[in-house]
Design a binder for this molecule. Structure first.
Ligand code: SF4
Length: 354
């Protein structure tokens, strides 16, 4: 195992699919600890003890899609739907700036319409005064829409592929959702000049270690410079809720393994320690950093809106103010020898080298 880790640390993409699978299959806690320590050492090689931060604003929970695992899927009648106004978004962006965050993520359900395209364009123009690095996470769109939003001021786009296994993807989505279109959207994003991010879920019903190894290879093939992965967490109002049979501890271990092996394979990309890890353990986000992640994305949406945006149940921080969350995060990171990088927007070295 040590030989394999040493080989991975020499240079990016220095592992075969079989070797990735072997690293994802470690079961002893000593081996897993060694894996995560090596991944954190690589994180330190590229980012030192700095952790990049982006505030997330949840723009709205209206979505045209019906993904079988998602709490805000369009068929869920138990959700009170909302969409923020541009004035509300500006106010939350002011909070983001006041906290010292230089990057912002605008996230919402997937809507393909001229009205929505214009709304996002106008929002981006209204936010230009803050000079944030802005990431959009608004799903599949046409290349023309991606280009318009890039021209309006977005610089990054996160579109999770969810799984690189097309058959598994089809068990998670209705027939109208086409894996190939999603993969094509990632190409469009690269062609439009975004720093493109993608990611997957782990611990999905029916998922194998081989699937996860393919996911990591897919990240490289899709030229992603940001990776946002999370464990599958079920929501009671979804068709897949009854298929969620894996314990929280096992989900956490699997998610941390994915972070560690992705770091060992890709080296210099941004990897998020996502909020979903906190749903599995109070210190889940710190454990993600200790496994090689280098980005955190606290929620800066007003607490009055947060309850309506729950993709999975048990989402943490629903009542915590953005300032309290920042103070808690600063203290938690200091306790593991890390600190927020308040000086930069946190572009990945791989994107800067392009
Ligand atoms: S996962 Fe995304 S696209 Fe699918 S229903 Fe939820 S918000 Fe919509």
């Amino acid at each position: 195992m040590k030989t394999l880790i040493d080989k991975a640390m020499e240079k990016p993409c220095n592992l075969s699919l079989d070797e990735i699978e072997r690293l994802l299959s470690l079961s002893s806690s000593d081996d897993r600890t060694s894996l995560r320590k090596a991944a954190r050492a690589l994180k330190h090689r590229y980012f030192g003890n700095k952790v990049s931060i982006r505030g997330i604003i949840e723009l709205g929970n209206i979505c045209a899609k019906d993904c079988y695992y998602c709490g805000i899927r369009k068929s869920n009648r138990n959700v009170e739907r909302y969409r923020l106004s541009i004035a509300e978004i500006e106010r939350m962006a002011e909070t983001n700036a006041a906290l010292g965050y230089k990057s912002l993520v605008l996230q919402g359900g997937e809507i393909e319409s001229e009205e929505n395209t214009r709304f996002i364009e106008e929002t981006l123009k209204a936010l230009a005064k803050f000079d944030f690095g802005i990431t959009l996470s608004l799903g599949e769109q046409t290349k023309d829409v991606y280009r318009r939003w890039k021209d309006a001021g977005a610089s990054r786009y996160l579109l999770r592929i969810e799984t690189s296994n097309r058959e598994l993807y089809s068990t998670l989505h209705p027939p109208s959702c086409d894996w190939r279109r999603r993969a094509e959207c990632l190409k469009y994003l690269n062609e439009c000049g975004y720093q493109t991010g993608t990611g997957t879920m782990s611990s999905l019903p029916g998922q194998t270690i081989n699937d996860l190894a393919h996911d990591i290879v897919f990240f490289n093939e899709s030229k992603a410079v940001m990776i946002g992965m999370g464990p599958y967490l079920s929501h009671p109002d979804t068709p897949l809720a009854k298929c969620d049979l894996i314990s929280n501890q096992d989900k956490l271990e699997r998610a941390l393994d994915m972070i560690a092996v992705t770091r060992l394979y890709l080296h210099d990309v941004n990897i998020a320690s996502t909020t979903a890890l906190e749903a599995l353990a109070a210190d889940g986000r710190e454990q993600g950093i200790l496994a090689g992640a280098n980005v955190v994305m606290p929620n800066v949406t007003d607490v009055t809106r947060r309850k309506a945006y729950q993709l999975y149940s048990g989402k943490p921080g629903l009542d915590e103010t953005s300032l309290a969350a920042k103070e808690r995060l600063d203290a938690a990171l200091a306790a593991i020898g890390e600190e927020i990088d308040y000086a930069t927007r946190g572009d990945s070295p791989r994107a800067q080298g392009e």
